[in-house]
Design a protein around this ligand. Structure first.
Ligand code: MTE
Ligand code: MO
Length: 434
C-alpha cells in the first residue's frame, strides 16, 4: 500500500504543485472567503436583524456594493478552489495516511473545509439563477455552512501556520535565479526518493493486514504489497509554474469579468453569464418575481385598492389618487437583489416619513409592511426606524418616468436606500407602526 501511495505522489509531482503555490492560492482564497463571510453576514442581518441593530442608510448604494462584492468574490472562488485542489491533491496520498493527532486534525478539517466550500459556492451560484435542485432550504444552509467554513478554515490555518509562514514571502521562497527553495520534507518526490523510502519500508515487518485477512481482500493486499504498480510518468511536458499561474489568473479574471456586470455597471456590456440583463423589462428594469407568480391580480390592485397606515388605533387609508395628490419626491435608488444583480432606477412617490407623521409615529418606532401577495417569505417584513425615517425612503408610484408596472409593484411599492431587494416590498397593502 505504501508503495502505491509513494508511486502516486511521485507521478503526480509537477512544478506548480509546491507549497509556495499552495500558500499563494490559499491567501487569495482566504481573502475571498473572509470577504464573502463579512458581506454575507451583513446581508443576513439586514434581513434578520438582532433587536439592537441599526444600519447605515448611506451611501444609498451600500447594499448594492456589498452584495455585488459578495457574489463576485464567490464566483472568483470557483477557479481558485479548483486550482488549489489541483496543487494539493497529491497530499491525499501521503504516507502514512495519518501521522499523529495534529495530522488527524489537519486532514479532518481539510475534508470538512473542502466539502462545505464546494457545496457553498455551487449552491450559491445556483441561487443566483434562482434554481434550487437540492432538497434543503438555501438561505439557512448557506448561513450555517458559512460558519462551518470559517471554523474549519481557522483550524486549517492554525495547523498549516509553519508552512504558511515559511512560504509567505517571495524572497524567502525563491533563490536569486527564481528556483524554489524547498524544505527537505516538502521536496516533490523523485524516483530516487521513492526508492529510498521503499528501502525503509522493506525493513519493516510485513503489514499485518495481508497476513490476517483471507479470501479476496487478503489476496488484494498481497497483490498490492508484492507487485507495486509501475505507474509511468506521462510523457507530455509537465505544466510549468508560470503557465499554471497564467491559466488560473486568466480563468479567474474571465469569470469575474463575464458575470460582474450584473452588479457593476462598467462591466454591463460583457455580462454574459449573469442571469439578469440590465435595462431589460417593463419600466426598463428587470423583474425578479412577477405579479402572476406572486398571485397578485388586477382585482387586488384595482379601484378598491387602498393603502392603510396605522399606529395602534389610529388608522388612515389612502387610495392611489390620494397618494398622487400628496407632495411627491424623486429619488435615484438601486434595486439590489440578494442574488447579486442590481440596477439603479429613478423613483417618484410619497415620502414614507410624511405618511408616518400623519399617524403620529415617533422617530424611533419601527414599521411592519404587508404586501397584497397571498404567500411568500417576504409578504410581511419589518423596517427599522433608520430606514423608515430616511428622507429618501418612498412609497413609490412611478418608476423611470412612468407609472409603476404591475410587475414592479403597482399600485405602490417601498423603495429605501441600502436595503436588499427582497425588502423593497411590491404591491403594498398595509403599513403598521410597531
Ligand atoms: N411583495 C413582494 N415584493 C418583492 C418581492 C416579492 O416577491 N414580493 N421580490 C423582491 C425581490 S427578491 C426583489 S430583487 C425586488 C425586485 O424588484 P423588481 O422586480 O421591481 O425589479 O422586489 C422585491 N419585492
Ligand atoms: Mo431579490
Amino acid at each position: 500500500m505504501r508503495r502505491l501511495l509513494l508511486e502516486l505522489r511521485r507521478v503526480l509531482s509537477t512544478p506548480s504543485r509546491n507549497p509556495r503555490m499552495a500558500v499563494v492560492l490559499g491567501r487569495l482564497l482566504g481573502i475571498a472567503f473572509l470577504v464573502c463571510f463579512g458581506t454575507g453576514l451583513y446581508s443576513h442581518f439586514l434581513q434578520e436583524p438582532l433587536p439592537w441593530m441599526v444600519f447605515p442608510t448611506r451611501p444609498q448604494t451600500l447594499y448594492q456594493l456589498s452584495q455585488g462584492i459578495h457574489i463576485t468574490a464567490g464566483i472568483a472562488c470557483f477557479p481558485l478552489i479548483l486550482a488549489k485542489l489541483y496543487v494539493v491533491f497529491p497530499e491525499l496520498f501521503q504516507t502514512p495516511p495519518i501521522k499523529n493527532f495534529v495530522g488527524f486534525l489537519e486532514r479532518a478539517s481539510i475534508a470538512i473545509f473542502v466539502a462545505s466550500s464546494l457545496v457553498q459556492i455551487v449552491t450559491g451560484l445556483l441561487n443566483t439563477y434562482q434554481w434550487y435542485p437540492f432538497p434543503f432550504p438555501f438561505k439557512q444552509t448557506h448561513f450555517a455552512l458559512s460558519f462551518v467554513i470559517i471554523g474549519s478554515l481557522a483550524i486549517h490555518i492554525a495547523v498549516k501556520l509553519p508552512v504558511i509562514s515559511r512560504y509567505w514571502t517571495r524572497s524567502r521562497s525563491f533563490d536569486a535565479d527564481g528556483n524554489l527553495l524547498l524544505d527537505d520534507e516538502d521536496l516533490p518526490l523523485t524516483t530516487a526518493d521513492v526508492a529510498a523510502e521503499l528501502a525503509e519500508t522493506t525493513a519493516e515487518p510485513v503489514g499485518p493486514i495481508s497476513r490476517r485477512v483471507d479470501g479476496l481482500t487478503g489476496r488484494l493486499f498481497d497483490w498490492i504489497d508484492s507487485a507495486p504498480p509501475r505507474i509511468e510518468t506521462p510523457k507530455q511536458a509537465k505544466v510549468s509554474r508560470r503557465g499554471f499561474v497564467a491559466t488560473v489568473g486568466v480563468a479567474t479574471a474571465a469569470v469575474v469579468a463575464l458575470t460582474a456586470g450584473q452588479s457593476f455597471r462598467v462591466l454591463d456590456a460583457i455580462n454574459v453569464f449573469g442571469p439578469r440583463k440590465n435595462f431589460v423589462g417593463p419600466n426598463d428594469l428587470p423583474i425578479n418575481r412577477t405579479a402572476k407568480a406572486a398571485k397578485v391580480t388586477d382585482a387586488d390592485t384595482g379601484a378598491d385598492w387602498a393603502l392603510s397606515v396605522s399606529r395602534g388605533a389610529v388608522v388612515k387609508t389612502y387610495t392611489r389618487a390620494d397618494l398622487e395628490s400628496m407632495t411627491l419626491h424623486s429619488v435615484d435608488l438601486p434595486i439590489a437583489c440578494v442574488e447579486g444583480w442590481s440596477q439603479m432606477a429613478s423613483w417618484r412617490g410619497v415620502r414614507l416619513r410624511d405618511l408616518l407623521d400623519a399617524v403620529g409615529a415617533h422617530p424611533d418606532e419601527d414599521l411592519r409592511l404587508t404586501s397584497l401577495e397571498k404567500s411568500g417569505g417576504y409578504r410581511v417584513t419589518e423596517m427599522g426606524h433608520e430606514f423608515a425615517q430616511d428622507e429618501l425612503t418612498l412609497v413609490a408610484l412611478e418608476l423611470n418616468g412612468d407609472p409603476l408596472n404591475m410587475d414592479h409593484g403597482f399600485p405602490a411599492r417601498m423603495i429605501a436606500p441600502g436595503r436588499p431587494g427582497v425588502l423593497q416590498t411590491k404591491w403594498l397593502s398595509k403599513l403598521e407602526v410597531i
